[in-house]
Design a protein around this ligand. Structure first.
Ligand code: LMR
Length: 330
Protein backbone atom coordinates (compact mmCIF):
# COMPACT_ATOMS: atom_id res chain seq x y z
CA UNK A 1 0.00 0.00 0.00
CA UNK A 2 2.78 2.35 0.88
CA UNK A 3 4.58 1.65 -2.34
CA UNK A 4 1.43 2.26 -4.28
CA UNK A 5 0.88 5.55 -2.53
CA UNK A 6 4.35 6.68 -3.37
CA UNK A 7 4.35 5.83 -7.01
CA UNK A 8 1.12 7.66 -7.53
CA UNK A 9 3.22 10.75 -7.63
CA UNK A 10 6.40 10.76 -9.64
CA UNK A 11 7.69 13.75 -7.80
CA UNK A 12 8.03 11.91 -4.53
CA UNK A 13 11.41 10.72 -3.34
CA UNK A 14 12.51 7.23 -4.35
CA UNK A 15 11.01 4.57 -2.17
CA UNK A 16 11.60 0.86 -2.68
CA UNK A 17 11.86 -1.51 0.27
CA UNK A 18 9.48 -3.00 2.82
CA UNK A 19 9.27 -0.64 5.75
CA UNK A 20 10.44 2.83 4.81
CA UNK A 21 12.23 1.70 1.74
CA UNK A 22 14.15 4.81 1.02
CA UNK A 23 16.99 4.36 -1.43
CA UNK A 24 19.00 6.90 0.49
CA UNK A 25 18.59 8.34 3.90
CA UNK A 26 16.60 11.57 3.78
CA UNK A 27 18.48 14.40 5.44
CA UNK A 28 16.59 17.40 6.72
CA UNK A 29 18.87 20.30 7.54
CA UNK A 30 17.41 22.38 10.39
CA UNK A 31 19.17 25.65 11.14
CA UNK A 32 18.58 27.79 14.22
CA UNK A 33 20.30 30.61 16.10
CA UNK A 34 19.83 29.82 19.78
CA UNK A 35 21.76 27.68 22.26
CA UNK A 36 20.87 24.00 22.68
CA UNK A 37 19.57 24.32 26.23
CA UNK A 38 16.72 26.66 25.35
CA UNK A 39 13.09 26.03 24.45
CA UNK A 40 13.79 26.00 20.71
CA UNK A 41 17.10 24.15 21.03
CA UNK A 42 15.48 21.35 23.01
CA UNK A 43 12.34 21.15 20.90
CA UNK A 44 14.45 20.80 17.78
CA UNK A 45 16.44 18.00 19.42
CA UNK A 46 13.35 16.11 20.61
CA UNK A 47 11.87 16.40 17.18
CA UNK A 48 15.02 15.08 15.50
CA UNK A 49 15.21 12.13 17.90
CA UNK A 50 11.58 11.22 17.41
CA UNK A 51 11.86 11.33 13.63
CA UNK A 52 14.98 9.20 13.71
CA UNK A 53 13.36 6.57 15.98
CA UNK A 54 10.09 6.43 14.13
CA UNK A 55 11.74 6.06 10.73
CA UNK A 56 14.37 3.57 11.95
CA UNK A 57 17.00 6.20 11.06
CA UNK A 58 15.80 6.49 7.47
CA UNK A 59 15.22 10.17 8.03
CA UNK A 60 17.85 12.26 9.71
CA UNK A 61 17.13 15.74 11.02
CA UNK A 62 20.51 17.41 11.13
CA UNK A 63 20.45 20.34 13.54
CA UNK A 64 22.71 23.35 13.29
CA UNK A 65 22.37 25.30 16.55
CA UNK A 66 23.80 28.69 17.57
CA UNK A 67 23.73 29.98 13.99
CA UNK A 68 26.52 27.56 13.07
CA UNK A 69 25.24 27.18 9.50
CA UNK A 70 23.63 30.57 8.93
CA UNK A 71 24.57 33.15 11.53
CA UNK A 72 21.51 35.25 10.87
CA UNK A 73 17.86 34.22 10.61
CA UNK A 74 17.25 36.55 7.68
CA UNK A 75 19.88 34.72 5.66
CA UNK A 76 18.56 31.34 6.81
CA UNK A 77 15.00 32.25 5.83
CA UNK A 78 16.20 33.07 2.34
CA UNK A 79 18.08 29.76 2.19
CA UNK A 80 14.97 27.93 3.36
CA UNK A 81 12.78 29.46 0.67
CA UNK A 82 15.41 28.43 -1.90
CA UNK A 83 15.62 24.90 -0.51
CA UNK A 84 19.25 25.15 0.56
CA UNK A 85 18.09 24.06 3.99
CA UNK A 86 14.84 22.28 4.72
CA UNK A 87 13.80 23.52 8.16
CA UNK A 88 14.08 26.39 10.57
CA UNK A 89 12.01 27.84 13.41
CA UNK A 90 12.45 31.60 13.37
CA UNK A 91 10.93 33.91 15.95
CA UNK A 92 7.68 35.20 14.48
CA UNK A 93 9.19 38.71 14.37
CA UNK A 94 11.67 37.50 11.74
CA UNK A 95 8.80 36.65 9.41
CA UNK A 96 7.37 40.14 9.42
CA UNK A 97 9.48 41.41 6.53
CA UNK A 98 7.96 38.74 4.27
CA UNK A 99 4.56 38.63 5.97
CA UNK A 100 3.79 41.95 7.69
CA UNK A 101 0.53 40.60 9.18
CA UNK A 102 2.70 38.55 11.52
CA UNK A 103 3.54 41.82 13.30
CA UNK A 104 0.42 41.10 15.33
CA UNK A 105 2.50 38.87 17.58
CA UNK A 106 4.87 41.80 18.25
CA UNK A 107 2.18 44.04 19.67
CA UNK A 108 3.02 45.04 23.24
CA UNK A 109 1.42 42.92 25.97
CA UNK A 110 -0.25 40.97 23.17
CA UNK A 111 -0.97 37.80 25.15
CA UNK A 112 -1.90 37.93 28.82
CA UNK A 113 -0.59 34.40 29.43
CA UNK A 114 1.10 31.41 27.79
CA UNK A 115 -2.30 29.81 27.56
CA UNK A 116 -3.65 32.77 25.64
CA UNK A 117 -0.78 32.56 23.17
CA UNK A 118 -1.43 28.88 22.53
CA UNK A 119 -5.15 29.53 22.18
CA UNK A 120 -4.49 32.25 19.64
CA UNK A 121 -2.27 29.99 17.54
CA UNK A 122 -4.69 27.08 17.73
CA UNK A 123 -7.56 29.33 16.72
CA UNK A 124 -8.46 31.79 14.01
CA UNK A 125 -5.36 33.94 14.45
CA UNK A 126 -2.99 31.01 13.91
CA UNK A 127 -5.00 29.75 10.98
CA UNK A 128 -4.92 33.09 9.21
CA UNK A 129 -1.27 33.78 9.86
CA UNK A 130 -0.16 30.26 8.88
CA UNK A 131 -2.15 30.40 5.65
CA UNK A 132 0.07 33.25 4.42
CA UNK A 133 3.23 31.15 4.45
CA UNK A 134 2.59 28.98 1.39
CA UNK A 135 2.87 31.96 -0.93
CA UNK A 136 6.59 31.95 -0.26
CA UNK A 137 7.18 28.23 -0.56
CA UNK A 138 6.98 27.63 3.19
CA UNK A 139 5.04 24.97 5.02
CA UNK A 140 4.14 25.96 8.60
CA UNK A 141 4.42 22.83 10.75
CA UNK A 142 3.90 24.12 14.25
CA UNK A 143 4.05 26.95 16.71
CA UNK A 144 6.55 26.72 19.57
CA UNK A 145 6.45 29.14 22.42
CA UNK A 146 9.57 30.44 24.12
CA UNK A 147 8.04 32.98 26.49
CA UNK A 148 7.75 36.61 27.39
CA UNK A 149 10.39 39.17 26.66
CA UNK A 150 12.11 41.21 29.36
CA UNK A 151 14.27 44.29 29.04
CA UNK A 152 17.94 44.58 29.89
CA UNK A 153 20.13 47.64 29.80
CA UNK A 154 23.37 49.01 31.12
CA UNK A 155 21.47 52.19 31.95
CA UNK A 156 18.64 52.02 34.41
CA UNK A 157 16.62 51.23 36.40
CA UNK A 158 13.62 50.86 34.08
CA UNK A 159 10.26 51.12 35.83
CA UNK A 160 8.22 53.57 33.77
CA UNK A 161 7.98 54.09 30.01
CA UNK A 162 9.80 57.42 30.36
CA UNK A 163 12.81 55.71 31.90
CA UNK A 164 13.94 54.39 28.53
CA UNK A 165 14.26 57.75 26.77
CA UNK A 166 17.61 58.27 25.09
CA UNK A 167 18.61 54.62 25.09
CA UNK A 168 19.53 52.53 22.07
CA UNK A 169 18.09 49.01 21.84
CA UNK A 170 18.92 45.99 19.74
CA UNK A 171 15.66 44.65 18.33
CA UNK A 172 14.57 41.94 15.93
CA UNK A 173 13.65 43.02 12.39
CA UNK A 174 10.02 44.01 12.98
CA UNK A 175 8.69 47.45 12.19
CA UNK A 176 6.09 47.36 14.91
CA UNK A 177 8.75 46.68 17.52
CA UNK A 178 10.68 49.60 16.10
CA UNK A 179 7.60 51.81 16.40
CA UNK A 180 7.11 50.86 20.04
CA UNK A 181 10.61 51.99 20.81
CA UNK A 182 10.15 55.15 18.76
CA UNK A 183 7.22 56.00 21.03
CA UNK A 184 9.53 55.47 24.00
CA UNK A 185 12.18 57.73 22.43
CA UNK A 186 14.58 54.86 22.11
CA UNK A 187 16.86 54.48 19.12
CA UNK A 188 16.86 50.96 17.66
CA UNK A 189 19.14 48.75 15.60
CA UNK A 190 17.87 45.54 14.01
CA UNK A 191 20.89 43.35 14.65
CA UNK A 192 21.30 39.59 14.32
CA UNK A 193 20.76 37.63 17.52
CA UNK A 194 24.29 36.33 17.54
CA UNK A 195 25.82 39.82 17.34
CA UNK A 196 23.79 41.07 20.28
CA UNK A 197 26.22 40.10 23.04
CA UNK A 198 29.06 41.94 21.37
CA UNK A 199 26.93 45.02 20.67
CA UNK A 200 25.94 45.14 24.34
CA UNK A 201 29.46 44.55 25.54
CA UNK A 202 30.94 47.33 23.41
CA UNK A 203 28.03 49.68 24.23
CA UNK A 204 27.13 49.97 20.55
CA UNK A 205 23.63 49.59 21.99
CA UNK A 206 22.55 50.23 25.58
CA UNK A 207 20.06 47.40 25.89
CA UNK A 208 17.81 44.81 24.35
CA UNK A 209 14.66 42.78 24.92
CA UNK A 210 14.53 39.00 25.06
CA UNK A 211 13.35 35.98 26.97
CA UNK A 212 15.20 34.91 30.10
CA UNK A 213 16.43 31.71 28.47
CA UNK A 214 18.05 33.75 25.69
CA UNK A 215 19.41 36.37 28.11
CA UNK A 216 20.94 33.58 30.18
CA UNK A 217 22.23 31.23 27.50
CA UNK A 218 23.83 34.04 25.48
CA UNK A 219 25.21 35.71 28.63
CA UNK A 220 23.63 39.10 27.95
CA UNK A 221 23.17 39.53 31.73
CA UNK A 222 26.93 39.60 32.17
CA UNK A 223 27.26 42.80 30.13
CA UNK A 224 24.10 44.55 31.41
CA UNK A 225 23.42 46.31 34.71
CA UNK A 226 19.64 46.19 34.83
CA UNK A 227 17.00 43.59 34.11
CA UNK A 228 13.33 44.53 34.19
CA UNK A 229 10.83 41.70 34.34
CA UNK A 230 8.23 43.36 32.19
CA UNK A 231 6.73 40.47 30.20
CA UNK A 232 5.93 43.17 27.67
CA UNK A 233 6.30 41.16 24.50
CA UNK A 234 5.92 37.60 23.35
CA UNK A 235 8.54 35.47 21.67
CA UNK A 236 7.24 32.44 19.81
CA UNK A 237 8.49 30.45 16.87
CA UNK A 238 7.00 29.17 13.66
CA UNK A 239 8.43 25.84 12.66
CA UNK A 240 8.87 25.94 8.92
CA UNK A 241 9.75 23.49 6.20
CA UNK A 242 10.51 24.23 2.56
CA UNK A 243 7.16 23.51 0.90
CA UNK A 244 8.56 21.87 -2.27
CA UNK A 245 10.63 19.54 -0.11
CA UNK A 246 7.60 18.73 2.02
CA UNK A 247 5.52 17.87 -1.03
CA UNK A 248 8.18 15.45 -2.27
CA UNK A 249 8.25 13.45 0.93
CA UNK A 250 6.55 10.05 0.94
CA UNK A 251 3.21 10.24 2.66
CA UNK A 252 4.15 7.95 5.54
CA UNK A 253 7.19 10.12 6.23
CA UNK A 254 5.00 13.22 6.23
CA UNK A 255 2.76 11.51 8.77
CA UNK A 256 5.71 10.69 11.00
CA UNK A 257 6.97 14.25 10.75
CA UNK A 258 3.61 15.62 11.82
CA UNK A 259 3.32 13.12 14.65
CA UNK A 260 6.85 13.87 15.89
CA UNK A 261 6.24 17.58 15.57
CA UNK A 262 3.07 17.35 17.65
CA UNK A 263 4.87 15.40 20.35
CA UNK A 264 7.83 17.79 20.43
CA UNK A 265 5.52 20.81 20.50
CA UNK A 266 3.60 19.45 23.45
CA UNK A 267 6.71 18.66 25.46
CA UNK A 268 8.20 22.07 24.87
CA UNK A 269 5.08 23.91 25.91
CA UNK A 270 5.70 23.21 29.61
CA UNK A 271 9.42 22.89 29.36
CA UNK A 272 9.77 26.45 28.06
CA UNK A 273 8.13 27.89 31.18
CA UNK A 274 10.45 25.84 33.38
CA UNK A 275 13.54 26.83 31.37
CA UNK A 276 12.77 30.54 31.62
CA UNK A 277 12.19 30.27 35.38
CA UNK A 278 15.41 28.36 35.80
CA UNK A 279 17.27 30.93 33.71
CA UNK A 280 16.15 33.70 36.07
CA UNK A 281 17.50 31.73 39.03
CA UNK A 282 20.76 31.14 37.22
CA UNK A 283 21.10 34.82 36.34
CA UNK A 284 20.53 35.76 40.00
CA UNK A 285 23.12 33.25 41.19
CA UNK A 286 25.67 34.13 38.60
CA UNK A 287 25.67 37.93 38.61
CA UNK A 288 24.76 41.02 40.54
CA UNK A 289 22.57 42.48 37.83
CA UNK A 290 19.82 44.66 39.33
CA UNK A 291 16.49 42.94 38.83
CA UNK A 292 13.21 44.77 39.00
CA UNK A 293 9.73 43.35 38.34
CA UNK A 294 7.07 45.75 37.08
CA UNK A 295 4.03 46.03 39.31
CA UNK A 296 0.57 46.10 37.78
CA UNK A 297 0.07 49.88 37.99
CA UNK A 298 3.35 50.36 36.15
CA UNK A 299 2.37 47.79 33.54
CA UNK A 300 -0.87 49.68 32.98
CA UNK A 301 1.17 52.78 32.20
CA UNK A 302 3.25 50.89 29.62
CA UNK A 303 0.11 49.47 28.04
CA UNK A 304 -1.45 52.91 27.78
CA UNK A 305 1.73 54.50 26.49
CA UNK A 306 2.16 51.93 23.73
CA UNK A 307 -1.50 51.80 22.66
CA UNK A 308 -0.90 53.74 19.41
CA UNK A 309 0.80 50.72 17.83
CA UNK A 310 -2.44 48.75 18.13
CA UNK A 311 -4.22 51.51 16.26
CA UNK A 312 -1.52 51.50 13.66
CA UNK A 313 -1.77 47.74 13.16
CA UNK A 314 -5.54 48.01 12.73
CA UNK A 315 -5.15 50.81 10.26
CA UNK A 316 -2.73 48.81 8.17
CA UNK A 317 -4.24 45.34 8.32
CA UNK A 318 -7.86 45.84 9.31
CA UNK A 319 -9.15 44.92 12.71
CA UNK A 320 -10.26 41.29 12.21
CA UNK A 321 -7.23 39.82 13.90
CA UNK A 322 -7.07 42.38 16.68
CA UNK A 323 -10.74 41.73 17.42
CA UNK A 324 -9.82 38.07 17.85
CA UNK A 325 -7.07 39.17 20.20
CA UNK A 326 -9.44 41.24 22.31
CA UNK A 327 -11.66 38.14 22.67
CA UNK A 328 -8.69 36.25 24.08
CA UNK A 329 -7.99 39.07 26.52
CA UNK A 330 -11.54 39.05 27.87
C1 LMR B 1 16.24 37.02 18.70
O1 LMR B 1 16.74 37.31 17.60
O2 LMR B 1 16.36 37.72 19.70
C2 LMR B 1 15.46 35.73 18.81
O3 LMR B 1 14.81 35.54 17.59
C3 LMR B 1 16.33 34.57 19.06
C4 LMR B 1 15.50 33.31 19.08
O4 LMR B 1 15.42 32.67 18.04
O5 LMR B 1 14.96 33.01 20.14
Amino acid sequence: VMIFKLFQSQEKLAFDDEQFGLKDQIVIRFSHVVAENTPKGLAAKYFAELVSQKTSHNVKVEIFANGSLYTDDTEALHALKQGEIQMMAPATSKLTTSFPEWQLVDLPFVFPSYKAATEAFNGKIGKELFSLLEKENLKGLSFWSNGFKQMTSHIGPIHMPEDLAGQHFRIMPSKIIEEQYNLLNVKTSMLPFNSTYQSLETHTVTGQENTLSNIYSKKFYRVQEHLTISNHGFLGYVVLMNDDFWNQLPMNIQEIIIESMNEASEIIQNKSIELNQQSLKNIKNDSDIQIYELIQTEKDKWIEYLQPVYEQYELEFGNDLTQELYKIHN
